[in-house]
Write a protein that binds this ligand. Structure first.
Ligand code: VG1
Ligand code: CO
Length: 543
């Protein structure tokens, strides 16, 4: 065996963010950059003789990175690697494969919703034995290692053919190229009423459109909706994964999934529309001329879970990230189950899921999931909605409006200021922190501040503490404004402003959220001086 030890020096910027290490492709292509991070994973975790899972969202540099990682894994004594055919594994499918094979962990290559291609972004993320993103103590240890690394090991060998299933040997390591879709489809079949959904999709009275945005879910969505459930060919659009996502921004929201939005708001619109992101863990749900906010979606899935076979025995509890609206809290209280509030990022749900404290969880950023894997799961959410639609025989809009009538409506919106000057964004947050102690009791128009803090989370299972997770300003009527800096962007800083108000009066549920939230939007500007610090008159993206 020809193992080469290569000298290297640390890169200062290899600290994982909200979801792994994300940088431009160009940064990842600089000599030793990928290798340093991968060796730091192997140095931090003892993978000797263990099984690992590898796959990615198919974006530019996925295949090259996988070949490098395979050779480094072989040189570092990994026992066996399962790799998705073509280098493909959606994030939830990777989580499923890690769990099913009781693997030690996995490496996922993705920058999720960030654009791809030679001028786009790339990313790498380590998932642990439960199939979920590594917790902070692991990512911090990997980062610490990147800061002192002086060499990495790599096997001199030819590339593996990733394009057909089969077994290979690399040094002393076994490599199995596996079907990336089949295990995931099997898991979905075990949770949802496929017969009932199939009856709906083939009835002739119901049409759906699934937009895979030329990202990883194309083959999964075609296998599930068109082949397995019998929806007509063409139900899945943009279903061929492309290395640059066709030049698009693979983020399923009203701005970036424009084609789908135009179809669902056009003449002769189908009954149901959905989209997913680069790595398949996000989802957007649309009815005919109707948008379901992700926060409402989580609440509605919770309220209707008893209609779905995999969840009909009840939910242990639910969780949402702190900026996600409190719509699900109302359902949880009605069901008398616990509702947890975690920092942004799926890694914080892992302990609660493992401990059996929660069954469903979600984030305002188009992420929903359950205890079936340890990642958020886009197609799972689409199937959950289809199962509810099939069981209730109502439209998406009817279901959402009925939900608001029963529980009240949590008006919600997120305003993003992307690619702003990082130093100024940090100054804005620092200034906000300094204001926090004096805000309580202050009046802004009709709104009185009930509390203001920088969110700190103590994990109820292992006691670990995560601080500075977002500035919260809560008002006496339950409204909230939250300020955070993104931990996934790669250019400058992205300021996120989250706005929420509660409206029990059904006669006011028709308001446009931007109108309903207008007073809070004004207060956010007044308190944070967003325009002054970002130099922007308006947000880049409103969701
Ligand atoms: C964003 C979202 C967060 C999500 C994360 C990863 O993080 O706000 O809710 O968990 O992306 O999603 P941030 O730090 O940019 O706000 V994905 O689909 O990249 O895996
Ligand atoms: Co994603």
């Amino acid at each position: 065996m020809n193992i080469r030890t290569v000298s290297t020096t640390p890169f200062p910027d290899q600290k994982p963010g909200t979801s792994g290490l994300r940088k431009s492709v160009k940064v990842f292509q600089s000599p030793h950059y990928l290798e340093n991070f991968v060796q730091s994973i192997f140095d931090t975790l003892n993978c000797q003789g263990q099984t690992l899972v590898i796959g990615g969202d198919g974006r530019y540099y996925n295949r090259q990175a996988i070949q490098t990682i395979l050779k480094m894994a072989a040189a570092n004594g990994v026992g066996r690697i399962l790799v998705g055919q073509g280098g493909i594994l959606s994030t939830p499918a990777a989580s499923c494969v890690i769990r099913e094979n009781k693997a030690f962990g996995g490496i996922i290559l993705s920058a999720s919703h960030n654009p791809g291609g030679p001028d786009g972004d790339f990313g790498i993320k380590y998932n642990v034995t439960n199939g979920g993103p590594a917790p902070e103590k692991v990512t911090e240890a990997i980062y610490a290692r990147t800061q002192v690394i002086d060499s990495y090991k790599i096997l001199e060998a030819a590339d593996i053919n990733l394009d057909r299933p089969g077994s290979f040997v690399l040094g002393t390591m076994d490599v199995e190229v596996i079907d990336p879709v089949a295990p995931y489809v099997k898991l979905m079949e075990s949770l949802f009423d496929f017969d009932r959904i199939s009856t709906l999709l083939t009835s002739g009275n119901f049409r759906m459109c699934m937009d895979s945005l030329h990202a990883v879910t194309g083959p999964y969505a075609k296998a599930i909706f068109e082949q397995r459930l019998g929806a007509p060919a063409g139900t899945v659009i943009n279903g061929v994964p492309l290395e640059d996502f066709g030049g698009g921004h693979p983020d399923p929201n009203l701005v970036y999934a424009r084609e789908l939005v135009d179809i669902l708001y056009g003449d002769d619109a189908p009954d149901f529309g959905a989209a997913s992101d680069g790595d398949g863990d996000r989802n957007m749900i649309l009815g005919r001329k109707f948008f379901v906010t992700p926060s409402d979606s989580l609440a509605i899935l919770t309220a209707n879970a008893h209609l779905v076979p995999g969840y009909q025995d009840g939910l242990a509890g639910v969780a949402r990230s702190m900026p996600t609206s409190a719509a699900v809290d109302r359902v949880a209280s009605q069901l008398s189950i616990d509702c947890y509030e975690t920092p942004t990022g799926w890694k914080f749900f892992g302990n609660l899921l493992d401990a059996g404290k929660i069954t469903l969880c979600g984030e305002e950023s188009f992420g929903t999931g359950s205890n079936h894997v340890r990642e958020k799961d886009g197609l799972w959410a689409v199937l959950f909605w289809l199962n509810i639609l099939a069981a209730r025989g109502e439209s998406v809009e009817q279901i959402v409006r009925g939900h608001w009538q029963k529980y009240g409506r949590n008006f919600y919106s997120r305003h993003d200021y992307e690619e702003v000057d990082a130093a100024r964004a940090n100054e804005m947050v620092e200034r906000l922190r300094s204001l926090l102690p004096n805000l309580k009791g202050k009046l802004f128009g009709n709104y009185q501040v009930a509390y203001s803090d920088d969110f700190s989370y103590t994990d109820p299972i292992d006691g670990s503490v995560s601080q500075k997770q977002g500035i919260r300003i809560g008002f006496t009527d339950g409204s909230r404004i939250i300020f955070r800096l993104s931990g996934t962007g790669t250019k400058g800083a992205t300021v996120r402003v989250y706005l929420e108000s509660y409206e029990p009066d059904a006669s006011k549920h028709d308001l446009d959220p931007q109108e309903a939230l207008a007073p809070l939007i004004g207060i956010a500007q007044e308190i944070a001086q967003i325009r002054e610090f970002t130099g922007r008159e308006a947000p880049t993206v409103i969701t």
